[in-house]
Design a protein around this ligand. Structure first.
Ligand SMILES: [Zn+2]
Ligand SMILES: [Zn+2]
Length: 121
């Protein structure tokens, strides 16, 4: 695909785009240095929100079931997701929950994708 517009990158970061597009863009951004850099720059402007969020994680607040679901569904903003994943690296309980959820995830996401396609986004 062509390089996404900046506004699309912003939507990607905030998770405001459809999961299919998000997946395609994610793959592109990982392989495209200019886009990776742009995301990096854009993230700096998000610091106030994410700084708050990250400090929650650092305080050791565990991931809620809802957040776990969001991780699995890919509905989280880029940084939020990264922060939660980072938490699972330091927190055995949350890692365990994520693993448990992972096991049932395939069925779940199939149902979800179906329902997303049926409804208008
Ligand atoms: Zn690109
Ligand atoms: Zn935890």
């Amino acid at each position: 695909m062509d390089c996404p517009q900046e506004e699309d990158l912003v939507d990607y970061m905030y998770g405001h785009i459809h999961e299919d597009i998000r997946r395609i863009m994610g793959a592109h951004i990982r392989n495209c240095k200019p886009c990776g850099n742009k995301i990096f720059e854009l993230q700096k402007t998000k610091v106030p929100i994410d700084g708050l969020f990250l400090s929650n994680i650092e305080r050791g607040s565990c991931i809620t079931d809802k957040q776990l679901e969001d991780i699995m569904c890919g509905t989280l903003a880029f940084l939020e997701r990264e922060a939660l994943i980072a938490h699972t690296h330091i927190c055995k309980d949350c890692r365990q929950s994520l693993c448990t959820l992972n096991a049932t995830f395939d069925k779940y996401v199939l149902a979800l994708e179906k329902s997303q396609k049926d409804g208008s986004v």
